[in-house]
Each structure stands twice: as C-alpha cells, then as structure tokens.
Design a protein around this ligand. Structure first.
Ligand code: CTP
Length: 448
C-alpha cells in the first residue's frame, strides 16, 4: 500500500484545499493529512487563523478524502511522521516548491499544482471588515506600530496626526502614508479607532475625546497616571460600547499568557513572592523618558511591566505599596518597590539611570518560575523544582517588535464586539494607574 502524507492549516476550507487533497489522494492508496495546531500556527507567525484546530480537523474530515488525520505540533515533526507512518510520498502545493526538498532523504517529494486565485488569506481578508485606525503622536513607537500592523489582517492606518506638522510630513514620507490631519478632531472624523501614542500626560484628554466621538481606543502605556482618570475612561468605554485597551505589549504576548495560565493552574503551588525588574539606559538624556514635563522617569515609564505580572497573578487588592527612589533632574532614575498582600510579598526594580538584571522570578510553595532578561519580551521560561528532574523549559518565538499581538487583540475585540480583553482587564489597568498615582503623591515614599 502506497502511503501519501500532506500538511496544512486548512483554515476556511476552500476549493484550493479540496483540489490539493484530491490530487494528493490520487498519488497513492492511503492519504494522511496533517493539520497544524493553533499554537504551532501562532509560533510560525500565522496570527489570523479563523477556525480553531478542532474546526479545521472537522472540515478536512468532512471532505471524505483523507484516510487519516493527524495534528502537526512542532518543527521537524514531518521527518518523524514519515518514519512513524511508513510514508512513501510527501506532497504539498507548488507554492512550497523546493522548501521540502530536505525530506527527499526519507521519501519521495511531490509538489502539486496550486489552484490559482484562492487562499485562506484572501478569504479572511474578504470576510473581515477593515478597521480604520488613526494614529495620534508620531514618535518612535508609532513608527513601529505601522510596521507591525502589516502583520495583522483587517487593519488600515487611514489617517495620522501630530501636534508638529513637520514631524507628520516626515513620518508620512518615511512610512508611505498619506492623509495627514491638521487637528485631532479631524483625525477622529475619518477613523473607526485611534491609537494614542503621544507622551503620557496627554493620554487622558485624547482618549476621552475619542471615546466621546464614538471611537475605539488603543492607548500607549501608561494610559493615565491617576486612578480616577483610568476609572473614568473605562466606564465611558463601557457605557458607549467601545473597546478601550492599554497597548501593553507584554500583556498580549503568547508566552507571557501561557506562563500566567500555567501558574494560575497551580504548577508552582501558591504564589508567595514575585520579583521583577526592568532597566533601560537610553543613550540620549534629552529623550522624553528623562523629561519630567512629559511624564518621564523610571516609575511611569517602566512600572506597568512588573505591575502587570504582579496584578495578574495576585490580583489588584494589595495592602501596601512602598517606594524607594533615587531622584535626579526632576525624575526617578531608579525606583525599588515593595508590594504587600495578605499572603504574599512582591518587589520590583526599575531603572532609567541604573542598570540591573532584568529577570522575573515567581516563587511558589511547590516550585518557581524563572523568566530570564528581557522577561517583558517573553520568549522563554523555566519551571524549576527541588527535584531537578521535574524542571521544564518552555520556548516560544517573539515576533518582530511584538506590537502585532496587541494590535491583533484590539482588532479581534472590535470585530467580535468583545469590549474587554482577559489579557488586560480594566481593573488591572485601573490598578496600574493607582500605583503610579501613589508614586506621584509620594505615598509610602523614601528618597535614597
Ligand atoms: N493550496 C493549494 N491551492 C490553494 C491554496 C492552498 O493547493 N489555492 C494547498 C497548499 O499548497 C497546501 C495546502 O493547500 O499544500 C494547505 O494550505 P494552507 O496553507 O492551509 O492554505 P492557504 O489557502 O495557502 O492558507 P494561507 O492563505 O493561510 O497561507
């Protein structure tokens, strides 16, 4: 019996898939179809797949062409499968011509003609409404946002605005964008949603104006520096049925979320201590990050990262926050924080003028999680135990600048009319603003 194997995502199963499966079947007597699982797809950059793995397996099954369906889980699995199932022919569409020649060592490799004019990507684009986003504030992060939005379907950067018209001109030229707006209110008129990427002190007003104009808002972190403002924005968004999301790139990263869900499910027992640090020495002291008038300083700039890990794991009802800062030129060049809970204690170190190890350690009653620096761009972590044989290592891919995950979540929330994201819920966003406000008010504050 001649065995044939083929692999694919088979999202929104279409005519091209059917033709490919029929042709593959004709090559032999038994057809095995490998369907990629969701995690594997995400890891190889396919963020937009519409059907989950069960739906895709069901769709392939329903064609009646496959004799056997397996799940593709990891890179290198094809070689294992060919040997395991005694495969004679590996086949795939001609869009992959040459890419699988390395399998010729193990079996015959056949590239079948691809059906022209149809693909899952095309169907996804056709069936999804495009969200028109306007960008306010055209600095460094906005440039990255434009690049990263290219990896998410259903997004169009349809207008841009900056308080400095010449900066807007330069940005438009550099990024190949048109539609520069003269005012923020003009920008709002032309879009479905806005990405607020201005310096922190202006976020509140701009986000509020957008929500009042009926626009969804993705706001750079920290969204605001006062708890009451965060509450106000979130209740306004809720009232108006709009999505308001803090653009916290770590919050939406797949590896970080896997870490959080595993720890919540008890793999290291009860969490008793979290220690997280983030330092970044920027080359130019004239940058916004060092300017007290533009919301500069270690706490405002960096605290949302450790606080995210702490609040997601231990909740927002901490009993005390103590802060110790080295102040210089009107900002905190370094801040150490201690966050107390009834049954846990956490600490963080933040530095724009002090360098330190940037890792995350979550200690529990059964073991601990270790995420090496830079933990906020999570792509790897370990679970460690007294018995080292129990230790586990987890590897992921951090794609590009990582902003694509937050953009993807924002678009999905809008398209699916899901007003909040479990990855960055309003109470967390409000608690982060509250902690920043405690710093502003110098509550439990010691100058070092
Ligand atoms: N295929 C094909 N003709 C098409 C589309 C896909 O022959 N028009 C083949 C691919 O070459 C592959 C299999 O179908 O062998 C599964 O491909 P998959 O990646 O799931 O489909 P695409 O439509 O190409 O998906 P995407 O647009 O997400 O890349």
């Amino acid at each position: 019996m001649k065995k044939v194997i083929t692999y694919g995502t088979y999202d929104l199963l279409h005519e091209g898939h059917l033709n490919l499966l029929r042709r593959a079947k004709e090559l032999g007597d038994w057809l095995i179809v490998g369907v990629t699982n969701d995690k594997f797809d995400r890891e190889r950059g396919k963020l937009n797949v519409r059907n989950n793995v069960l739906e895709r397996v069901e769709a392939v099954k329903a064609t009646g062409i496959a004799d056997q369906i397996i799940i593709e889980d990891y890179i290198g699995q094809k070689i294992d499968d060919i040997q395991k199932y005694g495969v004679d022919i590996f086949t795939v569409g001609s869009d992959w011509e040459g890419k699988f020649d390395y399998l010729k060592e193990f079996c015959e490799v056949v590239y079948l003609p691809r059906t022209e004019g149809i693909s899952s990507t095309m169907l996804r684009n056709e069936t999804q409404d495009t969200v028109r986003i306007g960008i306010a504030g055209l600095g460094r992060i906005a440039a990255r946002f434009v690049d990263e939005s290219a990896f998410v379907s259903g997004v169009e950067i349809s207008a841009i605005y900056d308080i400095d018209p010449s900066a807007a001109e330069k940005f438009a030229l550099r990024k190949g964008l048109q539609n520069i707006k003269d005012s923020y209110s003009d920008l709002l008129q032309d879009v479905d949603a806005v990405y607020v990427a201005t310096p922190h002190p202006s976020h509140y007003e701009l986000a509020r104006e957008a929500l009042l104009a009926g626009k969804h808002v993705l706001c750079e972190i920290p969204m605001v520096l006062e708890k009451a403002q965060a509450k106000d924005l979130h209740s306004l968004a809720k009232e108006r049925g709009l999505v308001l999301l803090e653009a916290h790139k770590t919050a939406f990263s797949p590896a970080f979320n896997h870490l959080i869900t595993m720890i919540k499910s008890g793999v290291i027992g009860e969490v008793v201590d979290i220690d997280a640090s983030f330092s970044k020495l920027l080359p130019d002291r004239s940058l916004r990050e060092y300017d007290p008038l533009q919301g500069g300083g270690s706490m405002y700039e960096l605290a949302p990262y450790p606080l995210l890990a702490i609040f997601r794991l231990l909740g927002v009802n901490y009993t005390n926050l103590s802060l110790y800062s080295r102040m210089e030129d009107g900002i905190d060049m370094y801040t150490k924080g201690i966050v107390q809970y009834p049954n846990a204690v956490c600490s963080f170190k933040l530095g724009l003028g002090v360098k330190t190890e940037g890792n995350l350690v979550i200690s529990g009653t059964k073991g601990y999680a270790y995420v090496p620096a830079p933990w906020w761009l999570t792509d790897y972590f370990e679970l460690r135990y007294e018995d080292q044989n129990q230790n586990k290592k987890f590897f992921y891919k951090w794609d590009g600048q990582g902003l694509r995950y937050e953009i993807q979540e924002f678009i999905q929330c809008i398209v699916n009319k899901r007003m909040t994201s479990i990855k960055m819920l309003p109470p967390i966003s409000i608690a982060i603003a509250g902690a920043l406000e405690e710093f502003t008010c110098k509550k439990n504050f010691v100058k070092i």
